[in-house]
Design a protein. Structure first.
Length: 288
C-alpha cells in the first residue's frame, strides 16, 4: 500500500488522543491491544484526508461483536471513554452470539444492516452443510457474488441507517465504536461511508478495510458439522470469500454509489441527507 498513516499515540484513551510524530508507513500500532474475546478491534485514527488532515485518534473505533468480551477486555473498552456503540447485527446474530457486554455510561444503538429472514437458512448451511451442499451453495464464484451483492444492497437500501449514524456522530455520539459480528462487512462498510463523509482518501479507506484480513483479527470459522471434511482445505476454500475482506466488495459499494447517485457528493447529500453544516460538524469532531 502506498498511503501513509500517522503512528498511533502512546495511549489509546480518548482523553489522550492526539496525533504526534512524523508520518510512517502503515503498520499495526505498538499500542494496539489484542483483546481476548473481541476480534478485529482497532482505532480508525490516523487516516489521511484529501485536504491534508487526519482522522483523530480515540474518536472512532471498529471491531467484531462484544458478546464474548472478557473482564479485561471490558475494562479496556471502558477506558476509551466511549459515548456510543453502534451494533449492526440483526436479531439472529444476537441470538447466536449473545448481547454485547455492558459498559457503564455507554449508549448502545442497534441498527441491523442485514435481513435475518434472508440470511438465516444460508448461514445455517454454512455451519452445518456437507461438502456437496457447500459446493452447490458457494462454488463457481457464488460465494463472492453473494458478498458483492450484499454490499450493493446495503448501500442502496440502508441509507436511513447510515444517515442516522453520521448525524449522530456529528451531534454528540463520539467517541464511538462500530461493530457487527466479525467487524468486517457491515461495520466495515459503515466505517467506509463515515470516512467518505470525512473526505478520507479512497485508497486509505480500502487499505483500512483490508486490515480485517490480519490473522489476529479474522473471524474464527465455526462449523457444527462433525464430518471428517468439516474443515478440509476444500471446505475452507469454499468458505473463504465469506470470511475475507476483499477490495472487490468495497469497490462494488463505491460503484453502486456512482451508479445510483452519480457520485459521493450526491450520495452524501441526497442519499444520506447530509447538509454542508452537518458535514463540517462531523469533520470538526473527527478530524485533527
Amino acid at each position: 500500500m502506498s498511503y501513509r498513516r500517522e503512528r498511533a499515540p502512546s495511549t489509546s484513551r480518548a482523553d489522550g488522543a492526539r496525533l504526534g510524530g512524523a508520518p510512517v508507513t502503515q503498520q499495526i500500532p505498538s499500542t494496539e491491544p489484542e483483546l481476548a474475546g473481541v476480534r478485529n478491534f482497532r482505532d480508525v485514527g490516523g487516516l489521511p484526508t484529501a485536504d491534508g488532515r487526519r482522522v483523530r485518534y480515540g474518536m472512532l473505533f471498529r471491531s467484531g461483536h462484544l458478546a464474548h468480551a472478557t473482564a479485561e477486555d471490558a475494562a479496556f473498552l471502558a477506558s476509551l471513554g466511549l459515548h456510543t456503540i453502534f451494533d449492526f447485527r440483526n436479531a439472529a446474530d444476537q441470538k447466536l452470539e449473545g448481547p454485547d457486554v455492558d459498559l457503564p455510561g455507554v449508549t448502545n444503538v442497534n441498527l441491523p444492516l442485514s435481513d435475518p429472514a434472508e440470511g438465516t437458512w444460508f448461514w445455517k448451511m454454512v455451519r452445518d452443510g456437507d461438502i456437496e451442499q457447500l459446493r452447490e451453495l458457494l462454488g463457481d464464484g457464488k460465494a463472492a457474488e453473494r458478498m458483492t451483492n450484499s454490499y450493493r444492497t446495503m448501500i442502496k437500501e440502508r441509507t436511513a441507517e447510515h444517515s442516522r449514524v453520521l448525524h449522530s456522530l456529528a451531534e454528540d455520539s463520539t467517541p464511538a465504536l462500530m461493530h457487527c459480528a466479525a467487524g468486517k462487512d457491515r461495520a466495515g462498510l459503515s466505517v467506509a461511508v463515515t470516512l467518505l463523509a470525512l473526505g478520507v482518501e479512497r485508497e486509505a479507506i480500502v487499505a483500512d478495510y483490508l486490515e480485517s484480513n490480519a490473522k489476529h483479527r479474522r473471524y474464527k470459522v465455526r462449523r457444527t458439522s462433525t464430518s471428517a471434511d468439516a474443515y478440509s482445505p476444500e471446505v475452507m476454500e469454499l468458505l473463504s470469500p465469506l470470511f475475507e475482506a476483499r477490495a472487490e466488495y468495497l469497490e462494488a459499494a463505491f460503484e453502486t454509489i456512482e451508479e445510483t447517485w452519480g457520485g459521493v457528493e450526491a450520495y452524501l447529500r441526497e442519499g444520506l441527507g447530509l447538509t454542508p453544516e452537518i458535514r463540517e460538524r462531523l469533520r470538526e469532531r473527527l478530524l485533527d
